[in-house]
Design a protein around this ligand. Sequence first.
Ligand SMILES: C[S@@+](CC[C@H](N)C(=O)[O-])C[C@H]1O[C@@H](n2cnc3c(N)ncnc32)[C@H](O)[C@@H]1O
Length: 274
Amino acid sequence: MAVSFSPDEYRNFQSFLEKACGIVLGENKHYLVSSRLNRLMQEHDIPSLQELVDTLNKRLNSKLRTRVIEAMTTNETLWFRDTYPFQILHQTIFEDYKQQRKNAIRIWSAACSSGQEPYSISMVTDEYARRNPGFKVEITATDISQEILGEAKLAKYDALALARGLSEERKRQYFSPVGDEWQVNANIRSRINFREVNLLQSYISLGKFDAIYCRNVLIYFSAESKSDILNRMADALNPQGFLMLGASESIAQYCDRFEMVRVSVGVVYRLKQI
Ligand SMILES: C[S@@+](CC[C@H](N)C(=O)[O-])C[C@H]1O[C@@H](n2cnc3c(N)ncnc32)[C@H](O)[C@@H]1O
C-alpha cells in the first residue's frame, strides 16, 4: 500500500531532506516520496511519514537515515556525459597546465555517482598522457551515498550501462570482461581515490585541486546552498583553478569568484585572479 501523508508531514520531510543533503523537494513530489519510501517504511515498520521524520531527526538510526537519503537522491549518470566537458578537459584545462609547466594536477569529481565521470576523466588523462609523457592526474571522487560509492569502486558495469556514452574503441581499450559484466582496467582505476563527502559539509580534508567537476547535483539545491557550496569550492581550488558545472547549471548570481571561459565547444569557469 502506498504511503499517504498530510501537507504538514510532507513539509516536515522536505525540511529534513534539505538539512540532511541539500535537496529541495518541490511541492508536487508527493508521488516520488511515496514510491521511494514505501518499502523502506514497511521494512522498518514505520506507519507514517511523520514518524519517519521524528525517528530521523532524533538521529537514533544512522543506517535508516543513510537509506532514506539514498532513496531520495538521483544517481543518473553516463560515460563522457555531454561530451564537451571532456573535450575542454584536454583542449583547455590540460593544455593550460602544460603551458604553465605543471605536470601533476589534482581533479575533484564531486557527486560522482557510480563512477562514470571520474573514470571518463581518467580515460581522457590516459589519452593525453600518451601524447604528453610525464603528465599526471590524481582524481578524488566523492558522493554522499556509500552504496553508490561501493558500485563506483567495484568499477563493474553491465552491457546496458556500458552502452551509454562509451565508444567501442574505448570499451576495447579500457575494459575487461568479468562474467556478464565489464570492469574498468586497473591503470584507469588507479588514478582515483573514492571518498564519502556530503557537499553541505567541510571539504578542507580533501586538500586543494586544480579543477573541480561538479555536475548535475547543484540543480537539486536551494540558491543559498548553491552559493555556499560554490564559495567553498572556490576555496578548495588552487589559483586560477577550473570549475566545470552541468550543462543546465550556471554560476549566475550564486558566486562572483569565477569568470566564465567560453571555448568553441562549451563553457568552463575559472577562479578569478585576486
Ligand atoms: C545525477 S548524479 C550526477 C553524477 C555525475 N556528476 C554526472 O553528472 O553524471 C547526482 C549525484 O549527487 C549525489 N548527491 C546528492 N546530494 C549530495 C550531497 N549533499 N553531497 C554529495 N553528493 C550528493 C547523489 O548521490 C548522486 O550520485
